[in-house]
Ligand binder design. Structure first.
Ligand code: NI
Length: 227
């Protein structure tokens, strides 16, 4: 399941991020790749251990944790320190798999990558090509979102970024370990949360049946979550 989440960062925040990133020295994107993906990866990356990537990454994580839709969809246990990449003309990232486990040697954090995330930091009209292609059980999906929006997709999928033919595509990317490992269970709780939000608007939070459904929702999370 792919879930697009709008307005993680405001346009002003995106502009500030871009100004800060433009002043940095970028490195070859293969510095964080596994063996398979390194062979098909052609892009640039902010040095992952550098102060700029860490500071901007922390701001992304704060923005994520204040977003109720993201919390409901991902039920995050751990968020990997966000990385930042850039694709100029001719750059691409061929079809690849993301490592199943990722460790961050600065924080000692080690996560199972349940969800992959791309947070777009360029507007779609700034570049041609550069679509994120995600292949899941339902076929291929093409994603290109406005700056400040993100897409959550299964880290279990094969995915790629098509070659850039004009302009520059800048994004942040990272992984989330969910408290709910099973994607179907995660999907069910997300669907239930969405339906509940609609019922709350219609009937109020203290309608007796809404209250019961809210209790069931929490009990399902309690049943499925590993924390
Ligand atoms: Ni990837």
């Amino acid at each position: 399941m792919l879930i697009a989440i709008p307005d993680i960062l405001s346009k002003a925040e995106v502009a500030e991020f871009r100004r800060i990133m433009d002043a940095e020295t970028w490195e070859d994107g293969r510095s964080t790749s596994g063996a398979q993906s390194a062979e098909v990866k052609q892009n640039e990356q902010l040095p992952p251990d550098g102060a700029t990537a860490r500071k901007l990454g922390e701001r992304v994580v704060v923005a994520l944790t204040r977003n109720p839709l993201l919390i409901a969809a991902a039920v995050p246990l751990h968020i990997f320190p966000p990385l930042f990449n850039r694709y100029g003309p001719g750059k691409y990232f061929g079809e690849h798999v993301d490592n199943c486990i990722r460790g961050d040697h600065l924080t000692g954090l080690r996560i199972r990558t349940d969800l992959s995330v791309t947070l777009f930091l360029s507007e779609p009209d700034e570049y041609d090509g550069g679509e994120l292609i995600v292949e899941d059980y339902y076929g291929q999906h093409k994603v290109k979102l406005p700056a400040g929006h993100l897409v959550l997709y299964p880290a279990t999928s094969l995915h790629s970024v098509t070659p850039i033919t004009r302009g520059t595509r800048v994004s942040s990317f990272f992984w989330i370990q969910s408290m709910i490992k099973d994607p179907l269970a995660r999907r069910l709780t997300f669907d239930m949360d969405n339906a509940l939000q609609t019922l709350v608007e219609r009937l109020g939070r203290n309608d007796p049946e809404v209250r019961k459904m809210t209790n069931i929702y929490h009990n399902l999370i309690r049943y499925w979550a590993d924390v």
